[in-house]
Design a protein around this ligand. Structure first.
Ligand code: AMP
Length: 202
């Protein structure tokens, strides 16, 4: 099973992906997570990556594609989370035989609310929200806000999303493999909508 999950920043892609990969035994390929891991290293490449992420820009095409292709090499079951984020990236994986692209649809007002209360666990890379997805109390102290979850950077991420990533939704629609999911509601409800669709593929 080869899946892609698309949606605006804060739509719940990461949270849905974590559950999907467990339930369907898929490799979780989150380009954002892989980039954040690299950015943590005090190397020239790490610093370059931080520069893009912290401004809300996409990393250069060749860099994202290289990471994505390396991660799925010879793999038959995976979930791409946050890739492709542009038509050019989508074309790079045209021959991979993607079965399904899930588009999590959430109004912009709602995602902005979610992003401002979002917390990241730097140890596991998991994302929480004080109101919508409360973290276990014992890890509360170590949670941090993502540097790209500030109002200024959020604005830039949305600009990039509208310009670069939204066309990818139409691209998969034309290919006939897009399924749109209403991403508004309780985590459990949204996940069940997704699960029902993915189950049909099996
Ligand atoms: P995410 O965790 O998916 O919100 O991604 C965080 C940041 O990583 C994005 O704002 C980009 O700077 C970078 N990034 C993630 N995925 C890609 C991609 N497919 N292409 C380019 N940059 C990416």
């Amino acid at each position: 099973m080869k899946l892609i999950i698309l949606g605006p920043p804060g739509s719940g892609k990461g949270t849905i992906s974590e559950r999907l990969v467990k339930d369907f035994n898929l490799l979780h390929v989150s380009i954002g997570d892989l980039l954040r891991k690299e950015a943590k290293k005090n190397t020239a490449l790490g610093k370059e990556i931080s520069g893009y992420i912290n401004k809300g820009n996409l990393v250069p095409h060749h860099m994202a594609v290289k990471i994505a292709k390396k991660a799925i090499k010879n793999k038959k079951n995976f979930l791409f989370d946050g890739f492709p984020r542009s038509i050019d990236q989508a074309k790079e994986i045209e021959n991979e035989g993607i079965d399904l692209a899930l588009y999590v649809s959430v109004p912009e007002k709602e995602v902005i609310k979610r992003l401002s209360g979002r917390l990241l666990d730097p140890v596991t890379g998991k994302t929480y929200h004080l109101k919508y997805l409360p973290p276990p109390k014992n890890i509360l102290k170590r949670l941090v806000h993502r540097k790209d979850d500030t109002p200024k950077v959020i604005k830039e991420r949305f600009k990039v999303y509208h310009q670069e990533t939204e066309p990818v939704i139409k691209y998969y629609q034309k290919k006939g493999i897009l399924q749109t999911i209403n991403g508004v509601g309780k985590t459990e409800e949204v996940y069940n909508r997704v699960k029902m669709i993915v189950k049909k593929l099996k």
